[in-house]
Write a protein that binds this ligand. Structure first.
Ligand code: UFG
Length: 333
């Protein structure tokens, strides 16, 4: 049987594909290449270029391939953009998942591992964040992911499709071999922006606010290495195939680093100055987000091993310094 990876040309999806192949799985990738990169697609997969919202297209893949499980990474994921284009986010994320679930019901495919987000919680009242805390998204992106989770819950009760939803905190780093890595266009994420500044691709970077109620005044986030994150997906897949019940898990490192600490770490790793300016707060940024991932450790047996922030930064730097233009010009939209 094969695993269908939706969004397998994206940052996180491509890392999942590599680990699935390493583990001996047959992999089918679907990606519409709007944010994914053709050169990130693993040469050993069967690749279909197309859109999740096209039911005939998705159904034809289930008809052609023998698929028992889906890993779903195909979604828009920028908080700021989601506030400007809410309907695009509902269309691509929520409607796309509706079409996918319909095709899975028709093809009798029973397992889905889903990319969710800490943005489902909104501004937490307590940290570390556990899965039983209330979900009050403060942006459209988080709302769409929460809606997608709810859609899976009700589809399970009617049609028996089992799901694991993984709520990511701040994913960073790259595959240790630096074959694949992070390349968003435009880039908005902190670690790539720091490293682009280290490469002199930016004259300086801006810290979005230094007047938060945190030890150094800058926002604190929980950074999880993309390879540890994918380990959890493979465990979730195994868990579902072994009749595990549908559930939701946080994936983080249980430790928080401020924006300033991340910049200092990058200065040490790269040996570069990394000029910064202090700017205004970015709308919608919570001051502190730290995960409790105890549940994933206890139930899935997750054992993240790349939690050292220097290691995360080094792997990200390996990718950025060897691929200063990311996947290069041929992928530019
Ligand atoms: N930051 C800066 N300057 C920059 C970029 C970011 O100071 O140029 C700060 C942000 O204000 C924030 C921190 O660095 O405090 C991290 O920002 P990112 O944009 O890298 O990540 P976010 O925490 O905003 O968002 C991430 C994912 C989202 C997800 C969210 C859930 O990108 O998809 O975590 O917590 F929803």
């Amino acid at each position: 049987m094969s695993v269908l990876v939706l969004g397998g040309a994206g940052y996180i999806g491509s890392h999942a594909v590599h680990q699935l192949i390493d583990q001996g799985e047959e992999v089918v990738v679907v990606d519409n290449l709007t944010t994914g990169h053709r050169s990130a697609i693993h040469p050993q997969v069967t690749f279909y270029e197309g859109d999740l919202r096209d039911l005939d297209f998705i159904s034809s893949i289930f008809a052609k391939e023998k698929i028992d499980a889906v890993l779903h990474f195909a979604a828009n994921s920028l908080v700021g953009e989601s506030m400007e284009k809410p309907l695009q986010y509902f269309d691509n994320n929520v409607y796309g998942t509706q079409v996918l679930l319909q095709a899975m019901v028709e093809a009798n495919v029973k397992y889905i591992v889903f990319s969710s987000t800490a943005a489902t919680y909104g501004e937490p009242k307590t940290v570390p964040i556990t899965e039983n805390l209330p979900t009050n998204p403060t942006n459209t992106y988080g709302e769409t992911k929460l809606t997608m989770e709810k859609m899976m819950k009700w589809t399970e009760s009617a049609h028996g499709i089992k799901y694991v939803s993984l709520r990511y905190f701040n994913v960073a780093g790259a595959r240790e071999t630096a074959e694949i890595g992070e390349d968003h266009r435009p880039e908005t994420h902190l670690v790539p922006i720091i490293l682009q500044t280290a490469l002199n691709q930016r004259e300086y970077m801006t810290i979005f606010g230094d007047d938060y109620d945190t030890p150094d005044g800058t926002c604190v986030r929980d950074y999880v290495h993309v390879e540890d994150l994918i380990d959890a997906h493979l465990l979730a897949l195994e868990y579902l195939r072994n009749n595990g019940k549908s559930d939701i898990f946080n994936l983080g490192s249980n430790q928080g680093f401020s924006v300033k600490e991340m910049i200092e770490t990058a200065r040490t790793v790269t040996g570069k100055e990394i000029p910064v300016k202090i700017g205004k707060r970015r709308a919608g940024d919570p001051s502190t987000l730290i995960a409790s991932s105890e549940k994933a450790k206890r139930i899935l047996g997750w054992n993240p091993t790349r939690t050292d922030i220097t290691k995360i930064m080094e792997d990200a730097w390996n990718w950025h310094s060897t691929h200063p233009t990311g996947y290069g010009k041929e992928d530019e939209a």
